[in-house]
Write a protein that binds this ligand. Structure first.
Ligand SMILES: [Zn+2]
Length: 348
């Protein structure tokens, strides 16, 4: 099966020496990715955004297969002290999305937003500049399995207050979030990760404690997983792929205060190929990874971009490595039914 090199609309590439390695793992298979801004310090101004993008572009070069390309789509982090006047310069620097983290919701979110309403002038500027608002939809005060659901009323009020603002619920993990998107307007979408699509909480604590499956939002109940699977296999256009691939060194996962995040960039495509081969079909898969998100964001489709290149998925067993540069990936050590073969020629 041959696809245009696909889009990943939610990925963490970190910073420092590891950034190059994580970028290369991603750029081997994906043609574009929305880069999350939760670095230290966060991506929050034009200079920081441009510097981070330059690092990623440089790092990707050695991993892009001949005849392909890799484009980092940049986001910035919304902070409580941000002003509406900060937004237009970020747009001019190339930002396509703003990321809202409720305070304390996930990695490096201690500086997240405590009172959403204080940011309404900024949301007005996002709407005026046609920047997508991406939301980590969890209320950190709620019980862990209820956090996503507890945040949905905030999203409803944002949608009501800003009638043209495009909003994405990132890494949707519950049946309630799926239904909220289905009931919502066309300018409301959701990304879905491969781990929330294929696993539930049993994979984290059902048998032995599996720190490499611990992420935020945490994996949920089987019926939540089924709701996500149904949304994806039905081909609904407002659900699209965002891996939330979030590498942490093995030592930061296997300890007494383990970090949240699943490293899925190197394994996402074979896992998705397995899922779609049994639950849907190739066209639905291509729409999920290389069409729906681009249309929602108003970007050229991956297959329409000159020189974007293609990726081939073959039904050839592949054993996932135990580690990538000290990070244990999703499905480490297991043998999958599909593997990725980057193609060395351009658009077919
Ligand atoms: Zn994330």
């Amino acid at each position: 099966v041959i696809f245009p090199r696909p889009d990943d609309f939610h990925v963490h590439l970190r910073q420092g020496a590891a950034l190059a390695l994580y970028t290369q793992d991603l750029a081997a298979n994906f043609g574009r990715a929305l880069i999350m801004p939760n670095t230290l310090p966060p991506v929050r101004d034009p200079a920081g955004l441009i510097a981070y993008r330059d690092q990623i572009v440089t790092a990707a070069q050695s991993a892009i297969p001949a005849g392909g390309s890799f484009i980092p789509l940049m986001s910035f982090k919304l902070l409580g002290d941000m002003l509406a006047t900060n937004i237009a310069p970020l747009k001019a620097a190339g930002a396509v999305a703003a990321k809202l983290y409720p305070q304390g919701a996930t990695t490096n979110a201690q500086d997240g937003v405590a009172e959403i309403e204080t940011l309404f002038p900024v949301f007005q500027a996002l709407q005026d500049e046609n920047i997508v608002l991406c939301i980590h939809s969890e209320d950190p005060q709620a019980f862990c399995l209820d956090r996503e659901k507890a945040f949905l009323p905030h999203i409803r009020s944002i949608l009501q207050a800003f009638p043209r603002l495009r909003v994405v619920i990132e890494h949707a993990s519950t049946a309630e979030a799926v239904q909220f998107v289905l009931d919502g307007p066309d300018r409301l979408g959701a990304t879905i990760t491969v781990h929330h699509l294929l696993y539930d909480l049993d994979a984290v604590i059902g048998d032995h404690l599996q720190p490499h499956m611990f992420c935020k939002p945490v994996l949920k109940r089987p019926e939540d997983k089924l709701a996500l699977q149904h949304a994806v296999s039905s081909g609904h256009p407002r659900f699209f792929f965002g891996s939330d691939s979030a590498p942490h060194d093995r030592v930061k996962k296997e300890c007494d205060c383990g970090a949240a995040g699943v490293y899925s960039a190197p394994v996402a495509l074979p896992l998705l190929a397995e899922f779609f081969s049994t639950h849907a079909n190739q066209t639905t898969m291509q729409n999920f990874i290389a069409r729906n998100g681009a249309l929602f964001y108003g970007l050229p489709l991956p297959g329409d971009q000159p020189g974007a290149g293609t990726v081939e998925l073959t039904e050839q067993p592949w054993t996932v490595p135990a580690q990538y540069h000290g990070v244990v990936p999703l499905a480490a050590g297991s043998t999958l039914g599909w593997s990725v073969r980057p193609i060395t020629k351009g658009k077919s």
